[in-house]
Design a protein around this ligand. Structure first.
Ligand code: SAH
Length: 256
C-alpha cells in the first residue's frame, strides 16, 4: 500500500526566526517538501533537510507566484504522493493567513492535516515595540482587524462598531489604506487625539515604529515612507509604550 502523506499548516512567527515554536521547527526538520510564503523568514528554511524541496508560493500585492487554488491543488497532489508537506506561513496560519481555506481544501479530500500555531505579527511586533495591547486602566479589549478594503465579495470590517466597542485596534494590511481607515474612525466619532502607532517590519532588525494620533498619523506615515509589512495599533495602549520608553530613558540617564 502507498504511504499516506500529510500536510502541516505551520505558523512561522512574525519575522524574527527565533520566535518560531518548537513544534513548527520539528515539522520543518521532518518535511519532504516546504511551500513557503513571502513573509516567512527564509533563515528558517536552513533547518530543513538538505534534500527537502523548497517551493516559494508567495503572493506579493498584485504579483502572485501561484493563486490560492493552485496552492491548494499542490498541497493535495503532494500529500497524495505520500509526502510530508509543510505549508509554512508568516505569523499564525489562522490570522489573515488563509490557513482556513487550505484546511477546508484538504478536509474536503480527506487528507490528514494539522495546524501548528505561530506568533502572529501583531503579538510579536507589540512585544518588540514594547506596546502592551491590553493594559490595566487603558485597554481591556483588543481586536485584530483587516485594513484591506472591501473588494468584490470580501467583507469589510464594521468601523462604526469598532470605533466604540474595542479599546485597542490592531490593523493588518492597513498601511496602504491609512487615509480610509482614519476617515472611517473619525466619521464614526473616534477622537482625533486617539494615539496611534505604526510598526513596520516588527521583530526584525529593520523594525521602525512611528507614533502619533489619528489626526496626524497619515502625514507622519507618509513622511517616514512607511510601507508593508506594517501594523497599525490604535488606542490608549500606545501611551503605555510611551510611558515605558520614558521610564527606560530616565533610568538610563540616572545610571549613565
Ligand atoms: N498570518 C499573518 C498575517 C498575514 S497578513 C500573521 O499572523 O501575522 C499580512 C499582514 O501582516 C501585513 O500586511 C502586515 O500588516 C502584517 N505583518 C506581517 N508580518 C509583519 C511584521 N513583521 N511587522 C509588521 N506587520 C507584519
Amino acid at each position: 500500500m502507498r504511504k499516506e502523506g500529510e500536510v502541516a499548516i505551520v505558523g512561522a512567527g512574525p519575522g524574527d526566526p527565533d520566535l518560531i515554536t518548537l513544534k513548527a521547527l520539528k515539522k520543518i526538520q521532518a518535511a519532504d517538501v516546504i511551500l513557503y510564503d513571502r513573509l516567512v523568514n527564509v533563515e528558517l528554511l536552513e533547518y530543513a533537510r538538505s534534500d527537502a524541496r523548497r517551493i516559494y508560493v508567495g503572493k506579493a500585492p498584485g504579483r502572485h507566484s501561484m493563486t490560492q487554488s493552485q496552492i491548494n491543488e499542490k498541497l493535495i497532489q503532494l500529500a497524495r504522493e505520500g509526502k510530508r508537506v509543510v505549508r509554512l506561513k508568516g505569523g499564525d496560519p489562522f490570522i489573515f493567513g488563509r490557513g482556513g481555506e487550505e484546511a477546508i481544501a484538504l478536509a474536503e479530500k480527506g487528507i490528514p492535516y494539522e495546524i501548528v500555531p505561530g506568533i502572529t505579527s501583531s503579538i510579536g511586533a507589540a512585544a518588540s515595540a514594547r506596546l502592551p495591547l491590553t493594559h490595566r486602566g487603558m485597554s481591556v479589549s483588543v481586536a485584530f482587524v483587516t485594513g484591506r478594503r472591501c473588494r468584490g465579495q470580501e467583507e469589510s470590517p464594521r468601523w462604526d462598531l469598532l470605533a466604540h466597542s474595542v479599546e485597542t485596534l490592531v490593523i493588518y494590511m492597513g498601511v496602504g489604506e491609512m487615509a480610509f481607515i482614519r476617515e472611517e474612525l473619525l466619521r464614526n466619532g473616534k477622537s482625533p487625539e486617539t494615539p496611534v502607532a505604526v510598526i513596520e517590519r516588527g521583530t526584525t532588525p529593520g523594525q521602525r515604529v512611528v507614533t502619533g494620533t489619528l489626526s496626524n498619523i497619515g502625514r507622519l506615515a507618509e513622511t517616514m515612507k512607511l510601507s508593508n509589512p506594517a501594523l497599525i495599533v490604535i488606542g490608549e495602549a500606545v501611551r503605555a509604550r510611551e510611558h515605558l520608553l520614558r521610564l527606560e530613558a530616565e533610568a538610563m540617564e540616572r545610571i549613565g
